[in-house]
Design a protein around this ligand. Structure first.
Ligand SMILES: C[S@@+](CC[C@H](N)C(=O)[O-])C[C@H]1O[C@@H](n2cnc3c(N)ncnc32)[C@H](O)[C@@H]1O
Length: 251
């Protein structure tokens, strides 16, 4: 049986739950975009067309927890909740953080302060762009960014003898129900979980949103723990995660 748990709480309260330390932390913290969350996105306008006037998403945040995120507390959590570096090589833990391009240097420096001395930048290439407004006047973004952070030793690395580039394709995920505005594709998360963990290793997502990381980890028979403060996201995620663990309840 997979061990998967999602808590409707701030990750800062993690000590109460006594969860095991992780081989891998995957986090997609709020980007602090504030009321510009849908800027350059056609969703700003009704039916994606500015001739129709602004939609209900114009000037809105993705979610109201976006602006209160505390990156230092998050990095403290990661430094506490990743397993210690083992003596052997090839088994060290690591963390992956999805972030805006502008946040990369900030997180590299913050990571360094919390003992994550090394990093590898990650790029996720989409076959589409959400920034199609004025697309005929400027270059539009089709990439998401992230960082792999680790302490001293190179992290566990399941590569089947193949080179792994730091630019990953961003798969379209049509099979997972969409319950969160910034939901990550489960196949991408499975790819990352598969590279940096083995069966039964622990994966933690402190900002779980839709529970996509937990679902990816469960699909690969890892143990997984997550935190999500918004009740609605938590409920939607819980149903998805529960549906995976106890499908008979939903037949
Ligand atoms: C960018 S979203 C994550 C989306 C997720 N990766 C997915 O695929 O669905 C960040 C989430 O972190 C949650 N959050 C923000 N601060 C938090 C905190 N202190 N503890 C737990 N969750 C938090 C937000 O409510 C939001 O749902």
């Amino acid at each position: 049986m997979n061990r998967i748990e999602l808590f409707n709480d701030h990750f800062q309260n993690f000590k109460v739950y006594q969860i095991p330390k992780a081989q891998l932390i995957i986090a997609d913290p709020p980007y602090n975009l504030g009321v510009n969350a849908y800027a350059s996105n056609p969703a700003w306008y009704k039916d994606g067309d500015n001739k129709n006037g602004e939609s209900e998403l114009a000037g809105k945040e993705f979610f109201d927890t976006d602006k209160n995120f505390k990156p230092a507390e998050f990095m403290h959590f990661c430094s506490q909740m990743l397993v210690k570096e083992p003596r052997e090589s090839g088994k060290a833990p690591c963390m992956i953080i999805f972030c805006a391009f502008e946040q990369l240097h900030y997180y590299i420096e913050l990571g360094d302060r919390y003992g994550f001395k090394h990093y590898i930048p990650l790029v996720f290439r989409k076959k589409f762009s959400a920034q199609v407004l004025k697309a005929n006047m400027k270059i539009v973004g089709n990439c998401e960014y992230g960082l792999l952070l680790y302490r001293e030793k190179l992290p566990k690395f399941n590569n089947d003898g193949q080179m792994i580039f730091n630019c990953f394709d961003w798969p379209i995920d049509n099979s997972t129900p969409k319950v969160h505005p910034t939901q990550k594709p489960v196949p991408l998360l499975e790819r990352l979980v598969g590279i940096f963990t083995d069966n039964n290793d622990v994966v933690i997502d402190p900002c779980a949103g839709s529970g996509s990381t937990l679902l990816a980890a469960a699909n690969l028979h890892r143990r997984a723990y997550g935190f999500e403060i918004k009740k609605d996201f938590y409920k939607a995620a819980k149903e998805r995660v529960l549906r995976f663990i106890q499908p008979q309840l939903f037949q």
